[in-house]
Design a protein around this ligand. Sequence first.
Ligand code: FAD
Length: 405
Amino acid sequence: MTPPSVADTVDVAVVGGGIVGLAAARALLRARPGLRLCLLEREQGWGRHQTGHNSGVIHSGLYYAPGSLKARLTREGLREMYAFCAEQGLPAERCGKVVVASDASELPRLEALYERGRANGVRVERLTRAQLRAREPHIAGAAALLVPETGITDYGAVAERIAALLAEDGADLRLGTTVQGIETHGEAALVATDRGTLRARQVVTAAGLHSDLLVRASGAAPKAAIVPFRGEYFHLRPERTDLVRHLVYPVPDPAFPFLGVHLTRSVDGGVHAGPSAVLALSRHGYRRRDVSARTLRELAASRGLRLLARRYWRAGLAEMARSAAKPLFVRGVRRLLPEVRGRDLVRAEAGVRAQALTPDGALVDDFLFQREGRCLHVVNAPSPAATASFAIGRAIAERALSEIA
Ligand SMILES: Cc1cc2nc3c(=O)[nH]c(=O)nc-3n(C[C@H](O)[C@H](O)[C@H](O)COP(=O)(O)OP(=O)(O)OC[C@H]3O[C@@H](n4cnc5c(N)ncnc54)[C@H](O)[C@@H]3O)c2cc1C
């Protein structure tokens, strides 16, 4: 492939070939057919990071603050994700989810979740202990919520299919191309890559684990910094997968900023336990031994991380212990599934979450965009951004196209 020369000019350059960048490119071309669009991805394939390393859950919008972008875009995105998979013949299954209160102390939080789900327009049903047992004979709990429309898909396959459709629609797709700098010059931006420079009237960045670095590359200070959290999984041995029928979640623990270890089914018939949430020492820290000197320096210098650690040190240490010692992880799973034994669980591939953190130590909960010159940056697109990707893509397209006549 010949490297692009500086003379290459496009209407919109999208940086990042994960599901958010791909969905944004699709929405841009659908809103304005014939748009000259270039998609730049540093890896040799689509969806190689968060998009290809997640639980595959099509979330319902149960947890999010009413009125937030997450609450709205997840509801829209869920419908579109099911429709896209059906239309494209991709695997998707509405297997439903149960959120389980282990004992009476968790019932008030379960009830609050019920109210929140209803406020977000999610169909949610209360289950007694007996009703839970009828649906999930092996799961232990005092009561539960049932969310029938939650389901599963394979987001890596969705990403591949969006890329194929973009190619048919005339997008200029460039794998193996790393964006290094973005400079706004009047009506356009110059996007410097390791394969040359191109000129774009608008630039959208959706760089996941590198989102803050792309804001810096455009000469601005990011509203939040990315902290990588590894999510480790175990899978249930195939002969034990019949222990779980739905997706099974604990009631979220207010002392812990993630959803807690849960059991998810995948479209290939497997069942996973996880993910945990352990600070990773590299933005691509898929294994415990992956350490990047640059990430270490960033983490050590982060005031936000120090403040976060002060608030969540107990939960953080417990997660690290669970990561290092399988019996502790198994004990966590047994709260939901008492029959499970260590030998039933086999370590599986991990994912790394891009979690945005403000300088005052707050985890950014909602999706977050930042406009700088000719650039629209997606700074924070954590879970459930895969579910919401088509809706996020449309929101990006509206904002980017409003800047070019
Ligand atoms: C463990 C885990 C479990 C999850 N479970 C779920 C779930 O069940 N359901 C759900 O909805 N969501 C889930 N999520 C969240 C979901 O995976 C992400 O929100 C979503 O994939 C984000 O997509 P993205 O395109 O923003 O990021 P990514 O998929 O990370 O893509 C960003 C892309 O940008 C590229 N890039 C970075 N820098 C550059 C550069 N300089 N030049 C060119 N390209 C660059 C990267 O190579 C990458 O391909 C989970 C995430 C994790 C990690």
